[in-house]
Design a binder for this molecule. Structure first.
Ligand code: ADP
Ligand code: ASP
Ligand code: MG
Length: 441
């Protein structure tokens, strides 16, 4: 089995949907599960509709829903030339718009919001499935992701449940070769509609690949692979052909938007190669992520915003054992994970990306000593094979950053990562300086 995931831009119009249908029929593929995102712009529109309803503005929300409905009707008519086929599809699309309209009648709940967010992937898969089966006349089974994608009580994907439920969902279709399903959406442990957070379709693909023991997971997107730096803010970036699971996982976690932060983990756990490919340029080699790694020292740089740095200074730390443990226990109690940490004899600096419980955490930390908080920080993550950094690339990285105020540095914790904390204000400048200092070729 192969998994092929197509992102929002890849299914962003009727024309793109037709191209995706071609790609999923390429002859060398055997049994495959195609995971689709919502059409680009749809999830953002649904987020906005939720916000309008939270703000009590049902009138504007209704207008947005109707505008979205018109867009989908147009796509359906363009994709499905037979009027009867298009009419049937439009009726089915309308059921989703009626669900949305139904949620405008009463104050929005968190459960209602998640139902809103789930409609995008349901709409895109409906359209592509109709095109493949009714226009191309090829057999394909639409698998409802809500039947098998499950979270556990900690709101993490429940891998054993997904494996079991997906096997049961596939069982009646032993002779079928092509399956289409929704990325991003799932059910909570309690059975209500939920999702894998923004960009979560990559994570769906990896979880599904792990659940079926796939031979390969392909992530098809709008760029020719994972680039050495953020192409949105740095010019002259280039695709990296090979990455190890660890390297790719760090880049995804530390901000390379091409991959959802957790999406490499299920594939890595099962040793399933992940190939990043370009829908707009299918013949480009892309990036292969596997247990192999190339020899270069620093391969890529990524940045993650929204980081809060906390510094705790305490004379009690001096020569005291058990200090760090009691500090970590506070973060554990508030289920807040720490990304970077640096220590001196009398102080500890650490970073978190989820500041929801920050007030409670700070209250407890203040018992240890003085606490300083810096918000709006970014972690710049340099990833590569640093085990034997014979090229002196760490030095070159620091030299490149000579004009940029650095708040924290974490080096040596992992053989493939150096993390540097800067103010978000300096992030773009730092990424550009690192590009000039490390990757000019
Ligand atoms: P999809 O909708 O297919 O999931 P995304 O927009 O989530 O696509 O991810 C692809 C985008 O990620 C690219 O268009 C690019 O702008 C951005 N991106 C950020 N960092 C990187 C990187 N290091 N390599 C490649 N793309 C990156
Ligand atoms: N549609 C969702 C989003 O825009 C999931 C995804 O595209 O991966 O976040
Ligand atoms: Mg994405």
């Amino acid at each position: 089995m192969k998994i092929l995931k197509f992102g929002g831009t890849s299914v962003g119009s009727a024309q793109r949907m037709r191209e995706v249908a071609e790609l999923i029929h390429a002859s060398h593929l055997q049994r495959r599960i195609v995971v689709l995102s919502a059409m680009s712009g749809t999830t953002n529109a649904l987020v906005e509709i939720g916000q309008l309803l939270y703000a009590g503005d049902a009138t504007t929300a209704t207008a947005r829903i109707e505008a979205l409905r018109q867009r989908y009707h147009e796509v359906a008519r363009e994709l499905l030339p037979d009027a009867a086929v298009a009419g049937q599809a439009i009726q089915n699309l309308d059921q989703h718009f009626d669900t949305l309209l139904g949620l405008t009648a009463a104050p929005l709940s968190a459960d209602g919001e998640r139902v809103i967010l789930a409609q995008g992937e349901l709409l895109s898969t409906l359209l592509v499935h109709r095109y493949v089966t009714q226009v191309l006349g090829r057999p394909a089974v639409l698998l409802p992701a809500l039947d098998f994608m499950r979270l556990d009580v900690d709101e993490e994907p429940d891998a054993p449940a997904i494996r079991e439920l997906l096997a049961a969902t596939l069982a009646p279709h032993a002779a079928q070769e092509l399956f289409i399903t929704q990325g991003y959406i799932c059910r909570s442990a309690q059975g209500s509609v939920d999702n894998l957070k923004r960009g979560g379709s990559d994570y769906s693909a990896s979880l599904i690949g792990a659940a079926v023991g796939a031979e390969e997971i392909q992530i098809w997107t709008d760029i020719d692979g994972l680039h050495n730096n953020d192409p949105r803010v740095v010019q002259g970036t280039y695709p990296i052909r090979e990455l190890s699971f660890d390297e790719a996982a760090e880049l995804a976690y530390f901000g390379a938007k091409i991959l959802h932060p957790s999406s490499i983990l299920p594939a890595a756990k099962h040793g399933i190669p992940v190939r990043l490919l370009n829908t707009m340029q299918p013949e480009a080699p892309g990036t292969i992520i596997s247990s192999q790694t190339g020899a270069e020292a620093i391969k890529a740089v990524a940045a993650k915003d929204g980081i809060t740095a906390i510094n705790v200074k305490s004379s009690r730390m001096l020569l005291a054992h058990g200090f760090l443990r009691s500090l970590f226990e506070i973060f554990e109690r508030y289920r807040t994970s720490i990304d970077m940490i640096t220590t001196s004899e009398v102080a500890v600096s650490l970073t978190i990306d989820d500041a929801t419980r920050l007030p409670q955490i700070l209250e407890e930390l203040r018992r240890f000593g003085s606490v300083v908080v810096d918000e709006n920080q970014s972690i710049i993550c340099l990833v590569g094979n640093l085990e034997q950094d014979a090229h002196g690339s760490a030095n070159r990285a620091f030299a490149a950053l000579k004009d940029i105020p650095v708040r924290m540095i974490s080096y040596g914790g992992s053989p493939n990562n150096i993390s540097i904390l800067v103010s978000t204000h300096d992030k773009t400048r730092a990424l550009q300086a690192l590009n000039a200092g490390l990757f000019q070729r």
